[in-house]
Every structure is written in C-alpha cells, then in structure tokens.
Design a protein around this ligand. Structure first.
Ligand SMILES: Nc1ncnc2c1ncn2[C@@H]1O[C@H](COP(=O)(O)OP(=O)(O)OP(=O)(O)O)[C@@H](O)[C@H]1O
Ligand SMILES: [Mg+2]
Length: 363
C-alpha cells in the first residue's frame, strides 16, 4: 500500500499542511522541534486512532484552537482510499472512511498498516515487560480483529476488577461480584493468550533467519512467550492469588502480566546481553515485524523511521536499508549527510521548518 498525501489543519505546530509523498523513499529533514515527528504521528493516528506518543487527543490540537483535521489519501491494492480524522477539544473524535463517518473506531483498524520505528524501540529488550507487551498488543490489534475486541474488553474488566478490590475494603458484602469479573477476565484473557501464542510462533519463524543474517551466522535467536498463566490454570491461579489480590488491591493473574524472553545462543539477553547485542535483537525484531505484517496482510505496510538512522552503525544501517527497498518509507533526520554516498535511493526530500514543509530538488 502507498500513502499518497497527507493534509493537516491545526494539528500540533501545523496550521495547514499539504504534502504529497513518493511511493518509495521520502526524507523529512530539519532541526529539532520543527515538526518532523508530528507528520509521522498524524499518519500513525490513521492506523490505531491514537497517537504513538500516548496522551490525550486534545494535546494534538494546535495551541489555542478548538479542532484539528487529518486527511490521508492512500492506495491499497490499486484502489484509492481516504481517511478523515477530526479531533475536537471537548468532544470525542470523528472518523470517516472514504467520506462516510464510522461509528466505532475499530472499523478503521486494518485499513492502513504502519510499522513505526523510533530510537526507543532499540531499548525494547532492556526495558521492562510493559514495553514488550505493548509490542505484542500494537501488532496484534492492527492485524487481528478478534484480538482487538478481546484486548479492549479485557482492559475494561481488569479496571473494574481492580476498582472492586478497592471497594471491598469498605463494602465487603460485595465479595460475590468478584466472581463475575473473574469469569470475564478468563474469557477474554484466554483468547489473548491463544492469539499471543500463535503470534510468537509466527514471529519466531521469521526472526530466526533475519537475526542469523544480521549477525553473520554467529547468533541464534529464539523468542519465548513467558505467560503469567496458562489458559488451563487461569482459574486455579486466580483463586490462589485471591487473598493476596485483596491485600495488594491489584490483579496479579492474567496476560497483563505476560512477558517475552529473547534467548541468544541459549542465553537470556534481557539479563545477560551486551548493549550491542540487545540493540541488534531489537533491530531484528523490527525487521521481523515488517515481514510478519507483509505476510499477514499480503501487501506492504508503510514504514516510518523516526530518527533511527543516526542510532545505527554503518553495517546495521545498510542492512536495514537493503531490507526495505520495496516498502514506502518516511524517514526523519536532522541532516542529510548520512544519506549522501549511502546505499539509499532517495526519491523525495522535504525540509521541515517551524511547521512548514518545502520539497527540495535532489540535484
Ligand atoms: N498542540 C500543539 N500546538 C502547537 N505546537 C505543538 C503542539 N504540540 C507540540 N507542538 C510543537 O511541535 C514542535 C515540533 O515537534 P516535533 O516532535 O514534530 O519535532 P521534531 O521536528 O520531530 O524534532 P526532533 O528532531 O527534536 O525530534 C515542538 O516544538 C512542539 O512544541
Ligand atoms: Mg522528532
């Protein structure tokens, strides 16, 4: 798929923007704080309806304005498609696909597929489990409607259960209602566990080959899915932890406590890997993500590289650039030096300055 154009009105530091992308490699360069990441963010919202930075919708509306608009035109399997997002200060956002408003934001999922790569992704191995779960969730929600539904329900049930745990300290007679939440937690949680299992199996198939190549055959990788509980023991574990949950006022059983382990030549590199090893695995993971998305959607996703080029050494950078030749890519950077004489074919260059974007000639 290809993103043809992006229009913004009163989004972040843009009062108005109309940008037309090349179908191959696009570079957005400029000094810090000029609006490069804001452009990638606007594209990302069209995937999940939320910002990759987290935060509230109204934070994305230009200071002092009441609303913001994002319009994206794309081409998917040869067919032109259009996404409109209307952010409002005091109301929930409006979304339209091909000019027709949608009722649930889940209807947008799957229309545009993006792989986002930022310097923080390079720390996914050494960071805490929450980041690794987020990796699974973001991917699965984009690619799998069943997962998205059960994940959303699970979050709600988990919140309700945690609220009830607090309420029970004041109103112990409500104890019976805990079982209702436990049932729903198991219902949605079990499907999440199943889908994560399948996801990790597929990811392993792909990452093994990539990581071997990336390390010149020196390193063998395996990702392990570290479940907090199996489906079969979910009920038993919930019951076992019930007293402790009532004391700690949190739910300690369920896939919201899962993790992934990265084993390199049999060693858990979350704990024992060198920094370089951890970053190489993180890069392999991103490259595997691209392949996985490709194989599932039977199309190419859009790749957004936010400031990562300067973070990678020469070999890894070249490997990345070699692997993304057939994918439309938007790259942000502060200078163009690193691309000159590189192995990258640049097709369009834009300079970003204080919320305005100018296309530059390549000569
Ligand atoms: N709601 C908003 N209204 C107006 N300006 C905003 C809003 N939100 C963020 N900004 C501004 O947008 C500017 C550009 O942000 P952006 O993250 O796109 O910069 P960048 O070009 O990617 O910089 P860097 O190279 O440092 O990553 C920031 O200076 C920020 O203050
Ligand atoms: Mg930035």
């Amino acid at each position: 798929m290809i993103v043809k154009s992006l229009q913004l009105a009163d989004f972040r530091n843009y009062d108005f923007l109309d940008i037309h992308f090349n179908e191959n490699t696009n570079i957005l360069y400029g000094n810090n704080a000029q609006g490069k990441t804001n452009i990638l963010e606007a594209l990302y919202i069209c995937v999940t309806t939320k910002s990759h930075r987290g935060g509230k919708d109204k934070e994305m509306i230009r200071f002092g304005k009441e609303e913001a608009h994002i319009k994206v035109t794309l081409e998917k399997k040869g067919i032109p498609r259009k996404i409109d997002i209307h952010l409002k200060n005091h109301k929930s956002k409006g979304i339209a696909i091909d000019g027709i408003p949608i009722k649930k934001s889940s209807e947008l999922l799957g229309l545009l597929n993006i792989v986002f790569f930022s310097p923080e992704d390079l720390s996914i191995i050494k960071n805490g489990p929450a980041e690794r779960r987020k990796f699974m969730d973001v991917e699965l929600c984009q690619l799998n409607n069943i997962y998205f539904y059960n994940f959303s329900q699970y979050q709600k049930v988990l919140n309700q259960r945690n609220n009830l745990l607090k309420q029970l300290t004041r109103e112990p007679y409500l104890m019976d209602t805990l079982e209702i939440w436990d049932k729903q937690l198991m219902e949605h949680g079990s499907i999440m566990i199943e889908e994560r299992e399948t996801f990790i199996i597929k990811l392993n198939d792909i990452i093994k080959e990539i990581h071997k190549k990336l390390t010149g055959g020196k390193e063998q990788i395996e990702i392990l899915y570290e479940k907090n509980t199996t489906k079969e023991q979910f009920e038993e574990n919930l019951n076992k932890k019930r007293d402790s949950d009532l004391k700690s006022l949190t739910t300690q059983t369920g896939p919201h406590r899962d993790d992934m382990a990265f084993m390199v030549n049999g060693i858990d590199i979350r704990k024992y890997g060198s920094q370089g090893q951890q970053r190489t695995v993180a890069l392999s993971l991103k490259l595997a993500e691209i392949q996985l998305v490709k194989s599932i959607i039977k199309d190419t996703p859009i790749l957004l590289l936010d400031d990562v080029m300067s973070e990678l050494d020469h070999d890894r950078k070249n490997y990345l650039l070699e692997s993304i030749k057939d994918i439309q890519t938007m790259i942000t950077c502060t200078g163009l030096d690193e691309f000159i004489n590189g192995r990258l074919n640049i097709d369009k260059v834009f300079q970003v300055t204080e919320g305005t974007v100018t296309e530059k000639n390549l000569t």
